[in-house]
Design a protein around this ligand. Structure first.
Ligand SMILES: [Cu+2]
Length: 222
């Protein structure tokens, strides 16, 4: 079964702006819950389209990457995911990839592949941390024990930034350029679908915290 939704300007409240960043106002999400009878678990896939963006890369190139989607079971705690380990490279004065997601308890490595010092820190949302400066060719690691959106920076290169979405569930995905995503092995049950993009307004994100049954019997706005 397929469900389509669209945010409208009415859903964007007063157009809250995020620290002067150009606001990415709308997200259109098409979610396909498998309509097959699942043998206990099945895939959830879909497409995200970013609307109203003033970013040339998003508008011109239809680059819908970096949207994080995760499913949280309703009325019960998600089974603990096995601890995950991901890498976020420091290369050419960028964090790569720019957006990653990891379940609570996971660890992120920050290998420095540049010929200069870098650090990685976050201090105003999600779990604060600071690796301190470290030399080329070395790496630092950070374990994230608290769910939330961690905004990562390097304290000597102001243009370096990244997002780590620490999610309380093993069922999550980050979109690629096409906006497509797929989450495998989702057990049948009730879920809240959550969505995050670094330039969406809080109102848009709240709009997209929606509840459904999986496999889908119909959407309810919860
Ligand atoms: Cu740096």
């Amino acid at each position: 079964m397929i469900w389509r939704g669209r945010t409208s300007s009415r859903d964007q409240g007063s157009g809250i702006r995020d620290q002067g960043l150009r606001v990415l106002a709308g997200l259109v999400v098409l979610v396909v819950w498998s309509s097959m009878l699942w043998a206990g678990a099945g895939p959830v896939s879909g497409t995200v389209e970013i609307t109203n963006s003033q970013e040339p890369g998003v508008k011109k190139n239809k680059n819908y990457s970096g949207v994080v989607i995760w499913l949280v079971p309703v009325g019960k705690t998600a089974a603990a995911a096995p601890p995950r380990r991901e890498s976020m490279l420091q290369k050419n004065r960028h964090f790569m990839p720019h957006v990653i997601a990891i379940p609570v308890g996971g660890t992120v490595d920050f290998p420095n592949l540049d010929p200069i010092f870098h650090n990685a820190f976050s201090n105003f949302s999600g779990q604060p941390f600071d690796t301190a400066l470290y030399p080329p060719g070395t790496s630092r690691a950070q374990t994230f024990k608290v769910p939330g959106i961690v905004r990562v920076f390097c304290n000597i290169h102001p243009t370096m930034s990244a997002i780590i979405a620490v999610v309380p569930t093993p069922w999550y995905a980050v979109t690629g350029q096409s906006g497509k995503f797929s989450i495998a092995n989702v057990p049948a049950g009730d879920y809240e679908l959550h969505i995050f993009h670094e330039r969406s307004t809080p109102d848009v994100l709240k709009f997209w915290s929606i509840r459904s049954r999986c496999p889908m019997a119909g959407w309810t706005w919860g």
